[in-house]
Design a protein. Structure first.
Length: 283
C-alpha cells in the first residue's frame, strides 16, 4: 500500500507530523512508545470513506519535532493533542488509542471531555499498570544508559526486534511486520543524538502517576466508549479492559479479540476496522 505523504503543523509543543485521509467528522489516532502514525495506516486506508482520519506522531516519535527542553511526558502529549486540534480548527474528535497512546487518550479525555465525540481504547496503559512489568526491561535499560545500543541492535538485526526478548510478543506472528516497517518506526530515533535523547526523556518522564491522578475524572466521563482488546497480551491483560468498562460510565462491554496481541490493528486490521465502523455508525 502506498504511504500517504505526511503533513506538519506548528504547535506550542513543537512541529507535529501527521497522516491524513478522508473527509467528514475527524477520527484521531494515537500510537504508543516506539511506534508512530504508520501503525494506523490500515485504519486510515479502510475508514477514510466515513471519517477524516488523522494519525499523529506523538512528541519524541516519528517525524514530530520539539525543543530539547520541551516536556514530552504523557500529560504533555495530551496537552499537545489539544493544541493540535485547536490549530487545525477541529471541534470534536473520535479518539482512538493504543499502548501508551491509549493512556494519553485517557488523560486527554479526563482533561478535555468536551472535545471528544467518542473514545476507543485498545490494549493500553491503564491506572497503575504503567509501565507494564513485561516492558520494564526496556525501561530499565533505557534509564541505565543503554537506549542507543538497544535501538542500534533492533534496527541492525531485525530478528532481534521480532524476538521474544524484544517486540515479538506484540504480534501473533512477528514475521508479519516487515523490515521496512521496523525502519519506519525506529529509524527516526537514530537520526541524531537529540532524537535518541528525546525518547529517553519520554521514558523517564512517564509513569503511572499520570494515569492514577485522573481516575476521579475518568469516573465522571460519560463519552461513548468502545473497548477492543486482544486477549493474548503480556503487557495489558484483558482485566484492564474490564477495569476501564467499570470506570468509564459511557463504556460498552469490552470486545474481546481472542488470541490477538498488542498491535492487532496492524497485524489483523479488519477486526478493529469493523468494530470502529459499527461504533461510529451507532454513535
Amino acid at each position: 500500500m502506498r504511504q500517504n505523504a505526511k503533513k506538519t503543523v506548528d504547535t506550542p509543543s513543537g512541529r507535529i507530523s501527521y497522516l491524513e485521509a478522508g473527509s467528514g467528522p475527524v477520527a484521531l489516532f494515537v500510537h504508543g512508545i516506539l511506534m508512530n502514525s504508520h501503525l494506523w495506516r490500515h485504519q486510515i486506508a479502510a475508514l477514510s470513506d466515513v471519517r477524516r482520519c488523522i494519525a499523529i506522531d506523538i512528541l519524541a516519535h516519528g517525524d514530530s519535532e520539539s525543543q530539547p527542553s520541551q516536556d514530552v511526558s504523557v500529560t504533555a502529549q495530551a496537552n499537545m493533542i489539544l493544541q493540535f486540534i485547536d490549530i487545525l480548527g477541529i471541534d470534536k474528535v473520535d479518539l482512538v488509542g493504543n499502548d501508551s497512546g491509549g493512556g494519553i487518550c485517557q488523560i486527554f479525555a479526563a482533561h478535555s471531555p468536551n472535545r471528544i465525540r467518542t473514545l476507543t481504547l485498545t490494549n493500553c496503559d491503564t491506572h497503575d499498570n504503567w509501565w507494564p512489568k513485561a516492558f520494564r526491561p526496556f525501561v530499565d535499560a533505557t534509564l541505565s544508559g543503554g537506549l542507543l545500543g538497544t535501538l542500534n541492535a533492533l534496527v541492525g538485526d531485525k530478528s532481534i526486534y521480532r524476538s521474544a526478548k524484544a517486540l515479538g510478543p506484540c504480534y501473533v506472528d512477528p514475521n508479519s511486520i516487515s523490515d521496512a516497517d521496523i525502519d519506519i518506526y525506529l529509524g527516526p530515533f537514530l537520526r541524531n543524538e537529540q532524537r535518541t535523547h528525546d525518547l529517553y526523556r519520554f521514558v523517564a518522564s512517564s509513569d503511572n502517576s499520570h494515569t492514577m491522578r485522573i481516575e476521579p475524572h475518568l469516573r465522571q466521563l460519560k463519552v461513548p466508549t468502545l473497548l477492543v482488546w486482544g486477549t493474548d497480551d503480556v503487557y495489558f491483560p484483558v482485566k484492564w479492559a474490564y477495569w476501564l468498562a467499570g470506570t468509564l460510565s459511557g463504556a460498552r462491554n469490552p470486545v474481546e479479540l481472542e488470541g490477538a496481541r498488542l498491535f492487532f490493528m496492524e497485524e489483523s486490521p479488519e477486526k478493529l476496522n469493523e468494530e470502529l465502523r459499527k461504533f461510529w455508525k451507532d454513535g
